[in-house]
Design a protein around this ligand. Structure first.
Ligand code: PLP
Length: 451
């Protein structure tokens, strides 16, 4: 755009505030400006190419500049970029709603749009609260969630996804949820086998719901993988147990598929590995193939019906965002689903997942400072530890994860850690050769930083 790299750097340092970033540290380095993308690669203003190992923060699906998605966007631009869903409808958002309902577990029959994973979660929480109130169970105002859950950064979502490090400043006004111990045996429930950890987690959930099931509006979970906690994988058996507890205590189940949805785990939605039928399901990230901000909250017909009433009882769902159901985003989302079908993406993901699992075993398992490897589909976390035997974590001041990714970046691989957990979450379009590159470069970076 005719601005020199030097001006860009100066302006970035002077005017931009980056998310989840200690800006004092940020301004000590020159930023990398990504200018273009090509398939699974990012290209910066200097022409350097980097393999996009985290799908541009977990949302890219078919790679960058995907022809079908580019075309869908261009075509929609030639019709209209935005029009409101308040009092009007639009074509792509309507088609997309039908397609999402066709793909989702059968109780989910309605689609409420928004524009970020966090807002999809807010909407689910608000729908649950209003649903119970309309049903005359006003006492159901509490939420149950997993410890270290992450559901987004708006206040309602923070209430159910509290993390001391990120959210302590807002605690005074949060309505914290009751927490269940996740079945994460490496860190959370130490000294137990995976199966024992699963049983203790379920026992803990039973106890929590015994105590507060009758005032609980909903249980909210990230199915199969607690992503932002550091890729805490759930063993099979956990979700059905949670669903059963929700049914037993007459409460709703919200599945937050913002990270796991759209093929990531080797099914279109993670709940499909266990035939779970949530009452509400939150979608975001991959919904537009990683192109545009769009999110959706899918809702059961049972919940929807409860909101139907004469106008002047004011029982409608009074919630909306300016860009709700944005046609450009919806058109790209429809094209995204078409690619899923035309390229049999989900079955390809299963092959890639197996390949990735072999690579992790070969390149990371032997490394002295790799404590644990967790994976579902093409979504993996590699936890680095000071002492493997004792599972002693690295001190956070050592910034081991950050140093590893900086080293990997120098070798053309772009990843992002969560503390000392390295995340591998490449586009679903990644080839076997690119997966091998991702694993090899990252493993070498781990060796060189931790030795
Ligand atoms: C990323 C994420 C969110 C938040 O989505 P945003 O679009 O960043 O608001 C919510 N839940 C889960 C499980 C996520 O991974």
């Amino acid at each position: 755009m005719g601005v020199s790299k030097k001006d860009l750097s100066d302006w970035d340092h002077r005017y931009v505030w980056h998310p989840f970033t200690q800006m004092k540290e940020w301004v000590e380095d020159q930023p990398i400006f990504i200018e273009r993308g090509e398939g699974n690669y990012l290209i910066d203003t200097e022409g350097n190419r980097y393999l996009d190992g985290v799908s541009s923060l977990w949302c890219n699906v078919h790679g960058h500049r995907k022809r079908e998605l580019d075309e869908a966007l261009r075509e929609q631009t030639e019709r209209i970029a935005h029009t409101t869903m308040l009092g009007l409808s639009n074509v792509p958002a309507t088609i997309l709603a039908k397609q999402l309902v066709d793909l989702a577990p059968s109780p989910l029959q309605r689609v409420f749009y928004s524009d970020a994973g966090a807002t999809a979660v807010e909407i689910a929480l608000k729908l649950a609260l209003q649903y119970w109130s309309l049903r005359g169970e006003e006492q159901r105002t509490r939420f149950v969630s997993l410890t270290e859950a992450y559901h987004g950064d708006t206040l309602g979502a923070v209430g159910v996804g509290y993390s001391e490090a990120f959210h302590r400043f807002y605690r005074p006004i949060l309505r914290p949820s009751r927490q269940i111990k996740p079945p994460h045996y490496y860190r959370w429930i130490e000294g137990q086998s995976a199966d024992q950890a699963l049983q203790s987690s379920i026992a803990d959930a039973e106890e929590v719901l015994e105590a507060c099931g009758n005032v609980t509006a909903a249980i909210i979970v990230e199915p199969l993988m607690q992503g932002a906690a550091g890729m805490w994988a759930q063993p099979l058996g956990f979700l059905p147990a949670i669903q059963e507890l929700a049914r037993k205590h007459g409460t709703l189940l919200i599945c937050d598929e913002v990270a796991t949805g759209f093929g990531r785990t080797g099914e279109m939605f993670a709940v499909q590995h266990e035939n779970i039928a949530p009452d509400l399901m939150c979608l975001g990230k991959g919904i537009t193939g990683g192109y545009l901000p769009l999110a959706a909250t899918l809702v059961s017909d049972e919940i929807y019906q409860q909101f139907l009433a004469p106008y002047d009882r004011f029982e409608a769902f009074f919630h909306g965002h300016t860009y709700t159901g944005n046609p450009l985003a919806a058109a790209v989302a429809v094209a995204n689903l078409e690619v899923f079908e035309n390229e049999a993406v989900v079955s390809r993901v299963r092959d890639r997942a197996e390949h990735l699992s072999g690579l992790l075993e070969r390149h990371f398992a032997p490394l002295e400072h790799v404590g644990d490897i967790r994976q579902w589909g093409v979504m993996a976390g590699i936890e680095l530890v000071r002492d493997r035997q004792r599972r002693t974590p690295y001190d956070s001041a050592e910034r081991v994860g950050a140093r590893v990714i900086t080293e990997a970046r120098r070798h053309g691989v772009m990843i992002r850690p969560l503390g000392n957990v390295l995340i591998m979450m490449p586009p679903l379009s990644i080839t076997e050769a690119e997966l091998a590159l991702l694993a090899e470069v990252t493993a070498e970076a781990v060796s060189s930083i931790t030795s």
